[in-house]
Design a protein around this ligand. Structure first.
Ligand SMILES: Cc1cc2nc3c(=O)[nH]c(=O)nc-3n(C[C@H](O)[C@H](O)[C@H](O)COP(=O)(O)O)c2cc1C
Length: 456
């Protein structure tokens, strides 16, 4: 039996996510991100292709590291303008039955109580199909826009995120007992006050004292995703994440990244396979290999080097205007995302990246690899990647919208199904049950499960 491959679509609520320049093609519809119909149609398409989820990235702030200003990002629409991802969920949930929704929200600027309430609402409205991608932010521009002078130091952001999660677990898991909601119409009792408890937290960063105002949602805690691959980020993931999103440009790098996550899970007392691993990947597939290659050549022509410079500078915290295109990218610790630079420097010692190589690489599909071919060639490559690295699937980026996903649904999904490597129907249940099997709630030894009150 071949390994099963899972797909999520990786998008953002903006016109240019990870393929700057492509929005200029006359047939491209990514500027439709401002319309509800765009998202509803996309969600239906992904469900037709049995995708597990639509995974929405997000950033707070704009990419102003390159050349010390935001001109390149604004001109090329490199993740600016960008809208809030959370509000897209209910309209897409209404139009689908099984598709999950992974939503990125940074803990940097949120109060745990408010974030817990928002995810509780989304989990209810989607019938238990929501996941939270926990990020800690990497753009200084965001910090300044929110009234801070600078981001906290890289590792401290994760310390604070640990405590943020503690508070959320207390609220989601510990305030309302399982049978607190009785909805007894005869006696006029909606919930039993004896089974609803105040939550207290007094920590280094957060304080809360009181009853959580939301009744338990289908998953209580949303399915937890995480994507930070630095050493500290991996430790955070091993503690909290149920799905981990890896971004590595080479297969060797991806294998190492997957291994280090599995080891970290074991060190955190969890089974190494207790989290699902997804790699960022771009697929360009067409009816024939020649057509796919021709389209890839077209995309390369259209790719915006300037937009990619703005993105890569923002991710790494390094102003690439100070480098020559042939300079080698070397690893330095920065206070932006550390794993982005590591993936182009120390992650895979077999490959040396110049600035030009790395910028060209990220200009189509960001930090993940690009696979081009007919359905059979692409399926071969995807199967080889999962066999070699032990990952569970892919978060697929888009180059042209909605074409990238339409082609995957039309050509690749049926080919993988023929090979027995892709599901032919959805499982029932919440997103957590669909992805992990087992319970709809967090279960031991996940730390969040320990906060749940037993009914008395
Ligand atoms: C594949 C991938 C996707 C990511 N998507 C987002 C995102 O949408 N928003 C965000 O703020 N950070 C995103 N990140 C960044 C990480 O969550 C993390 O904040 C950043 O990489 C810094 O942490 P690190 O130094 O531990 O990698 C992503 C990272 C990876 C590898």
């Amino acid at each position: 039996m071949p390994r099963q491959i899972r797909f999520n679509a990786f998008m953002m609520n903006c016109a240019v996510h990870l393929a700057p320049g492509q929005w200029t093609a006359p047939q491209d519809q990514s500027v439709g991100y401002l319309d509800t119909a765009y998202w509803v149609e996309l969600a239906k398409l992904l469900e037709e292709g049995l995708f597990d989820g639509l995974f929405l990235g997000d950033v707070i702030g704009i990419y102003d590291v390159f050349d010390g200003n935001a001109r390149a990002a604004v001109r090329t629409a490199a993740q600016v303008p960008m809208n809030d991802p959370t509000v897209l969920v209910p309209l897409m949930a209404h139009a689908t039955k099984h598709l999950g929704f992974g939503v990125t929200v940074s803990v940097a600027y949120e109060a745990p109580y408010l974030l817990a309430r928002r995810f509780n609402t989304l989990d209810h409205l989607s019938g238990g199909r929501v996941a939270w991608n926990i990020v800690t932010s990497y753009l200084q521009s965001g910090a300044r826009s929110l009234g801070d002078t600078a981001l906290r130091a890289h590792d401290e952001r994760y310390d604070r995120a640990d405590e943020f999660l503690d508070v959320c677990y207390k609220l989601w898991e510990g305030s309302w007992e399982e049978d607190a909601v009785v909805r007894d119409r005869v006696n006029g009792v909606y919930a039993d006050p004896d089974r609803v408890h105040a939550v207290t937290h007094r920590g280094r960063y957060f304080e809360t004292d009181g009853v959580f105002q939301c009744e338990p949602s289908p998953q209580r805690t949303p399915l937890l995703f995480q994507a930070g691959g630095s050493e500290r980020g991996t430790r955070f993931a091993a503690q909290h994440a149920e799905c981990i999103f890896l971004g590595a440009p080479t297969r060797n790098g991806l294998r190492k990244a997957a291994q280090s996550v599995r080891t970290a899970l074991a060190e955190a007392g969890r089974a190494p396979d207790s989290a699902r691993l997804f790699a960022m990947l771009t697929v360009i597939v067409d009816e024939t290999a020649q057509q796919a290659q021709a389209r890839y050549a077209e995309y390369r022509e259209r790719a915006s080097y300037e937009g990619a410079l703005a993105l890569l500078s923002g991710w790494t915290g390094i102003d690439l205007s100070r480098y020559q295109p042939d300079d080698t990218l070397a690893y330095v610790d920065t206070d932006a995302g550390q794993s982005a630079l590591a993936s182009f420097s120390k992650l895979d010692p077999d490959k040396v990246w110049t600035v030009r190589d790395a910028v060209d690489f990220v200009s189509i599909g960001g930090r993940g690899a690009v696979v081009v071919g007919d359905a059979s060639q692409v399926a071969d490559e995807l199967q080889a990647i999962v066999e070699e690295t032990g990952i569970d699937g892919f978060n697929l980026t888009w180059v042209e919208s909605p074409r990238t996903f339409r082609d995957i649904v039309r050509y690749l999904v049926p080919e993988l199904q023929r090979r027995g490597a892709y599901k032919t129907h959805y499982e029932e249940g919440t997103l957590r049950e669909k992805l992990l099997g087992g319970d709809r709630y967090l279960s031991a030894p996940h730390i969040g499960a320990s906060y749940r009150r037993r009914s008395h």
